[in-house]
Design a protein around this ligand. Structure first.
Ligand code: UDP
Ligand code: MG
Length: 346
C-alpha cells in the first residue's frame, strides 16, 4: 500500500524520465446526477492539480438524463477545457455508457468512476502509481459494503460465490467499476461488442496484470441510486448467462437424474400392478409428480429461453449506443504517443 508521499514522489520521478506527458481520461457515466457534478468537479480538481506528470481529460457520458445533468456538464465544459462530454441519444444503462466512453477515450489509460462520489477521487494518485509500476488494470475493491442493507450484502455475497463456482474464469469479487485501465485493456474491451454486457466479467475475462487496492466506499453524495432490486436481479441473470452456459448443463444433468428416478419408479409401479394387481390408487402421488415435473420443465424452458434471447439479441447486430452530441475531438490513439491524429467529427 502506498502512502500519499510515496505516490507523488513516484509520479514525479516518472515525470523527469518522460518528456511526453501521459494522458489519462477520467470516464464518468452520469444519469440524473445534476446535484453532485459540481461537487465532483471540485474534489477532482483538487486531486488532479497535485499530479503534474499526467495530463487529464474528464469525459462525462450523459446517459440520457432526464434532469439538468447535461446542462450542468456543458456549463462545466465551457469553463474548463479539460472537460469534454458525450451525450447519448437516450438512457442506455451504465454498461453501455461505459463502452461508449471507452470508444471515445483516446488516452494512454482510462479511469472509470461513478459520478456520485462513492468512488473517492483520492485513490486516483495511488492507481496511477501502480499503473506506472507496470500494472494494466488497477481496480479498487470495497473494504466493506457500507450504506447497503444487510440483505443486499447477503445477496451480493451469494451471487459472487455462485458465479465463481459455475464459471470457468475467475471473476473478481466485490470489485466495482472503479478502476484504471491501460490502453491495451481498453483496446481489448473495445473488441467485445456484445449488446448485453456484464462489464465486471469482461474486466476479468481480458486478464492482463491486475492489482487490487482497497477502499471504503462512501455513501452517495447526493441523488438516489439507480439500482432497484429488479435491476439487480436482472444484472445477476445477465452476469450468469453472459459468462457461463452452466445452467444449460444443469438442465441436462437434472433431466438425466429425474428421468432415472422416474424410470425406477415406473418399473416399481408396473411390477406392483402386475404382481399384486394393485387397484387404481395414489391420486395425491399422481398430482405431486405432475406438478413437480411441470415445474421443472418450465424452469428449464426458462433457462433455454434466456440463452435463446441472448442469441436473438446478439444476432440483430445493432449498434451498442447512439450519440447525440460530442464536444471533444476524437483522435486516433497511437501507441508511440507521438501524434494524435484527428479522425474528424463523429
Ligand atoms: N448510471 C448511468 N446510467 C444508468 C444508471 C446509472 O450512467 O442507467 C451511472 C450513474 O450516474 C453513476 C453510476 O452509473 O455515475 C453508478 O450508478 P448508481 O450510483 O446509481 O449505482 P450504485 O452506486 O448504487 O451501484
Ligand atoms: Mg452509486
Amino acid at each position: 500500500m502506498y502512502n500519499r508521499h510515496d505516490v507523488f514522489s513516484l509520479i514525479h520521478r516518472n515525470e523527469r524520465m518522460n518528456t511526453i506527458l501521459d494522458k489519462i481520461t477520467l470516464l464518468i457515466p452520469c444519469y440524473n446526477e445534476q446535484e453532485v457534478l459540481e461537487q465532483l468537479w471540485l474534489r477532482l480538481n483538487t486531486i488532479l492539480g497535485e499530479i503534474s506528470a499526467v495530463s487529464f481529460e474528464i469525459l462525462f457520458i450523459n446517459d440520457g438524463s432526464t434532469d439538468n445533468t447535461l446542462h450542468v456538464i456543458k456549463k462545466l465544459a465551457a469553463q474548463h477545457p479539460q472537460i469534454s462530454y458525450l451525450d447519448l441519444s437516450r438512457n442506455f444503462g451504465k454498461e453501455l455508457a461505459m463502452i461508449a466512453g471507452l470508444d471515445y477515450a483516446d488516452s494512454d489509460a482510462v479511469i472509470i468512476m461513478d459520478a456520485d462520489l462513492q468512488h473517492p477521487p483520492e485513490l486516483i494518485p495511488e492507481m496511477i502509481a501502480y499503473w506506472k509500476e507496470g500494472y494494466d488494470d488497477v481496480c479498487a475493491k470495497r473494504r466493506q459494503r457500507t450504506g447497503e442493507s444487510f440483505i443486499r450484502r447477503w445477496a451480493a455475497n451469494t451471487f459472487y460465490s455462485l458465479l465463481q463456482k459455475i464459471s470457468t474464469i475467475k471473476i473478481q469479487e466485490h470489485v466495482g467499476d472503479f478502476r484504471l485501465l491501460d490502453r491495451r485493456c481498453v483496446e481489448a474491451i473495445k473488441l467485445m461488442r456484445e449488446t448485453q454486457r456484464y462489464t465486471k466479467g469482461i474486466f476479468s475475462w481480458i486478464g492482463y496484470r491486475k492489482k487490487e487496492i482497497l477502499f471504503d466506499s462512501a455513501l452517495r453524495a447526493a441523488g438516489t441510486t439507480k439500482w432497484s432490486w429488479l435491476k439487480l436481479i436482472n444484472l445477476a441473470i445477465e452476469g450468469i448467462t453472459s459468462f457461463t452456459t452452466f445452467p444449460l448443463r444443469l438442465s441436462s444433468i437434472a433431466g438425466l437424474v429425474i428421468s432415472l428416478i422416474s424410470f425406477a419408479y415406473m418399473g416399481w409401479i408396473i411390477f406392483n400392478t402386475l404382481i399384486f394387481g394393485d387397484p387404481v390408487q395414489g391420486f395425491p402421488t399422481l398430482v405431486s409428480i405432475i406438478l413437480f415435473l411441470g415445474g421443472i420443465q418450465l424452469i428449464f424452458l426458462g433457462v433455454i429461453g434466456e440463452y435463446l434471447a441472448r442469441v436473438f439479441n446478439e444476432t440483430k447486430r445493432r449498434p451498442l449506443y447512439l450519440v447525440n452530441e460530442y464536444n471533444g475531438k476524437k483522435s486516433l490513439y497511437r501507441r508511440d504517443r507521438l501524434h494524435f491524429e484527428d479522425q474528424g467529427e463523429n
